[in-house]
Design a binder for this molecule. Structure first.
Ligand SMILES: Cc1cc2nc3c(=O)[nH]c(=O)nc-3n(C[C@H](O)[C@H](O)[C@H](O)COP(=O)(O)OP(=O)(O)OC[C@H]3O[C@@H](n4cnc5c(N)ncnc54)[C@H](O)[C@@H]3O)c2cc1C
Length: 390
């Protein structure tokens, strides 16, 4: 089907980020997606600071006028509020369709071959050195390549909609209720994004709001400016993220619960690591990097889901965090801070495990693996300075 070096099934954040990273290392890349851009999806639409950094490394420019920085996270529940600021710069709230269009624009400029409206139903006819499954939570590439984990994942259900109302906070607020959470992020000068998460698939945003009368009052009467969209969020861990010449990235490769707000950042970091591993012809290195990228997010997801299961423990935890903001700040820094460069540097071992590490991570140098068509790598930083906003 394709004569590319790298064929990517799925053109969401993970697929397009992998395409960008691979293209920058000199690979010819094709991406196929069953939908057409800009692709929407139920998502809390918050990029944590490490996601913003990875986006910059990938050359993705998110328009300042279509995004809103947020300074940290605030937990609210049963009369207790605890807040912490990010230590490495703000996060960025950006509408999913805006993010997707920014990725598409960049991929077009980088010369990625984009096949929209092209669902993949089999890998048999794909002719490429590498095949990447970036086809999301319900990945078929994962099934076709026998990479499904033996244990079914634990699932929760998220719904998201937008209200036309002036944001009242520059934190992303997470409201903790019985068996569910709502998070609210500023999304535009006159808009907030409201997302509910629950184990019960029947809980929609309105049902969840019943547990938070103050929040419901704030939103009451405001225009709902988007269709409520739902999606499953899974806590899934795979024993392996590759087989032969097939590798998985993004939600296809395993995921943490959406309450972490980490999915897109993880996908970007994995994409950078995966491209480096392709350049080094070393998918085992990607496997190691993937584990490292996921590890601290899994710890945080387990902690947050424990709080969901034991509300009294959650009360104690929120009280402790509100009394010791430095502790909350440290936990947040662990969760969202920059990853050690080694995790993204996967081109450093050959297939026999011998170390051939260079001093710079793969995205910061032109192609070494593919001398043909080397591409220099500028690293534009997206403008997230609120002063420059209209
Ligand atoms: C309710 C909710 C809230 C969330 N909030 C946040 C948040 O605030 N911040 C954050 O960072 N993350 C959040 N996440 C997680 C984030 O949305 C995901 O981690 C992210 O979308 C993963 O990107 P992906 O490219 O791996 O998968 P997807 O975005 O699902 O993209 C997969 C793509 O593959 C395509 N595809 C699928 N099958 C095929 C096929 N057979 N052939 C061709 N194309 C195919 C699809 O059309 C789709 O475009 C949230 C998730 C949920 C459910």
């Amino acid at each position: 089907m394709s004569e590319s070096d790298v064929f990517i099934c799925g053109g969401g954040p993970a697929g397009l980020a992998t395409a960008l990273a691979a293209r920058r290392l000199g690979f010819a890349v094709t991406v196929a997606d069953g939908q057409r851009p800009p692709i929407d999806k139920a998502c809390g639409e918050g990029l944590m600071p490490d996601a913003v950094t990875a986006a910059a490394q990938l050359g993705i420019t998110i328009p300042a006028e279509a995004s809103v920085p947020f300074r940290g996270i605030r937990f609210l529940g049963r009369g207790v509020t605890a807040s912490a600021d990010f230590r490495t710069g703000p996060g960025l709230a950006v509408r999913r369709t805006v993010l997707h269009q920014a990725l598409v624009d960049r991929a077009e400029r980088e010369g990625v071959n984009l096949l929209w409206g092209t669902p993949i139903s089999s890998l048999d006819r794909i002719k490429a050195r590498w095949i990447i499954g970036a086809d999301g939570e319900r990945s078929r590439v994962r099934t076709w390549s026998a990479l499904e984990p033996p244990e079914p994942p634990s699932l929760r259900y998220g719904f998201r909609r937008h209200h036309r109302v002036k944001p009242w906070s520059d934190y992303v607020e997470v409201y903790w209720g019985r068996g569910l959470q709502i998070y609210v992020g500023p999304e535009a000068p006159d808009q907030v994004c409201v997302t509910s998460l629950a184990s019960d698939p029947h809980v929609r945003v309105d049902n969840a709001l019943e547990q938070f009368p103050e929040l419901r009052e704030r939103l009451e009467g405001s225009e709902i400016v988007s269709t409520e969209r739902g999606a499953v969020t899974a806590s899934r861990s795979l024993p392996s993220v590759f087989r032969n010449n097939i590798a998985l990235v993004g939600d296809a490769s395993g995921s943490v619960d959406a309450v972490t707000g980490a999915g897109v950042g993880l996908a970007f970091q994995q994409a950078i690591a995966l491209a480096g591993a392709l350049a080094g012809d070393n998918l085992p290195a990607y496997q190691r990097a993937h584990r490292q990228i996921m590890r601290r997010r899994r710890i945080m997801a387990d902690l947050l889901l424990a709080v969901d299961r034991w509300p009294q423990a959650g009360d104690h935890a929120r009280r402790a965090l509100s009394r010791a903001p430095w502790l909350f700040g440290s936990l947040l820094a662990l969760h969202t801070g920059p990853l050690h460069a080694d995790a993204l540097h996967t081109g450093n071992r050959d297939r026999h495990g011998a170390d051939r590490r260079d001093s710079a991570p793969p995205l910061l140098r032109p192609s070494v693996a593919r001398k043909k068509n080397p591409i220099a790598v500028p690293i534009p930083i997206p403008n997230i300075n609120p002063k420059t906003r209209s």
